[in-house]
Design a protein around this ligand. Structure first.
Ligand code: TXA
Ligand code: MG
Length: 335
């Protein structure tokens, strides 16, 4: 079992990764949010291989990654508001959805839609790779569809194995949660389609006085047409069951999970509960907690936990992306 080809973030290895991408291969690479599974966005066969590798429905479009605002302008029609947002947050963890420029990327990348999601990542290795390739790169998160996104190269290898041609290792992702997705189309109100690494308040403050619609609350619900097609209910989920409860409910929830059999893990906020051997404490500081949440889910899953009991995180905007992901991760499998 050879497994995927492992590359370091040395310039020579980045050059190899760029050659592989140009040749239509799948390369997982680090970004500041989570690892992406990349393929050239103008190559239908290459992008279709991403969907096969992830087990992702072809109807769920991928984010296009480019090295600069100028490169983004060759893929999407960015209006004044989109350009202002791009200047404020790029390079960085903001994805803009805008009208696509015909012919710039293939139909598999956008799932045949009229719009395209695009971002300029800030990660040094991602930027070097994109500059070396010189082509727009389609890259969803580098995990099997609906599972927890990878924040390390090991997570990618564990989730996708040799379904990916190479993995570029750039260390642990700093944000540890996906980009914030904002739909910015001329003549339409600005809409947040997915909460993420850029806090909602930063977008709202910036976009004022133009209205920001928080569409992310709608994409939680399975019975409403999802503005972000990937916003289906169960997502970001470990293999076992996951429940979110308040601190005082922890003991009862752990007991209930044990009663239905198997190994139970606990993720606490500020202090150990002592209720399980497999307990991880992520801390009460939002950025640090967020950066370690997916790694904690991977860790407990790797230890064989059949159920994970998560202590509810505090209220407030800085926690909203974490609350969103925990809510989706706790949706039962057969929903
Ligand atoms: O941080 C991130 O955004 C990571 C890194 C690798 O860049 N990527 C990522 O990709 O999270 P993915 O595919 O796991 O999530 C992208 C989301 C999906 O929910 C998809 O439906 C939505 O973006 N999306 C893509 N194109 C879209 C479009 N044209 N309109 C609306 N939503 C779109
Ligand atoms: Mg994903």
């Amino acid at each position: 079992m050879p497994g995927p080809f492992r590359l370091t973030s040395d310039p020579d290895d980045i050059a190899i990764a760029a050659d592989l991408l140009r040749a239509g291969k799948l390369v997982a690479f680090p970004t500041e949010t989570v690892y992406g599974l990349g393929a050239r966005a103008d190559d239908d066969a290459a992008v279709r291989r991403i969907y096969e590798a992830k087990g992702r429905p072809a109807t769920n479009p991928s984010i296009v990654h480019v090295a600069s605002l100028e490169a983004a302008s060759r893929v999407a029609h960015l209006d004044a508001m989109a350009r202002d947002l791009a200047s404020a947050f790029w390079p960085g963890p903001l994805t803009l959805v805008a009208k696509r420029i015909t012919g710039a990327v293939c139909d598999a990348t956008t799932s045949g839609g009229e719009t395209v999601a695009i971002r300029v990542p800030a990660h040094r290795v991602a930027r070097a790779l994109l500059e070396a390739v010189g082509l727009p790169i389609a890259a969803p998160s580098a995990n099997r569809s609906t599972h927890v996104s990878p924040t390390t190269a090991e997570h990618v290898a564990g989730s996708l194995g040799d379904r990916v041609d190479a993995i570029l290792d750039g260390g642990a992702a700093v944000h540890g949660i996906e980009s914030t997705i904002v739909r910015a189309i001329e003549g339409e109100p600005l809409a947040v389609l997915r909460l993420g690494a850029v806090p909602l308040a930063a977008i709202a403050a910036f976009a004022s006085p133009r209205l920001v619609l928080d569409a992310s609350s709608r994409i939680d619900s399975a019975d409403v047409a999802a503005p972000a097609p990937g916003g289906q209910a169960r997502h970001y989920a470990p293999r076992g069951r996951l429940v979110v409860v308040s601190r005082v409910e922890l003991a009862g929830a752990v007991r209930a999970a044990r009663a239905s059999g198997g190994r139970v893990g606990v993720i606490a906020v500020s202090a150990r509960s002592g209720l399980a051997t497999d307990e991880l404490v992520l801390g009460g500081e939002a950025a640090a907690y967020t950066a370690s949440l997916y790694a904690a889910l991977h860790e407990l899953e790797g230890r064989g936990c059949d159920a994970i009991v998560v202590e509810r995180v505090p209220d407030g905007d800085v926690w909203s992306a974490v609350r969103d992901r925990l809510r989706r991760a706790s949706v039962p499998e057969r929903a």
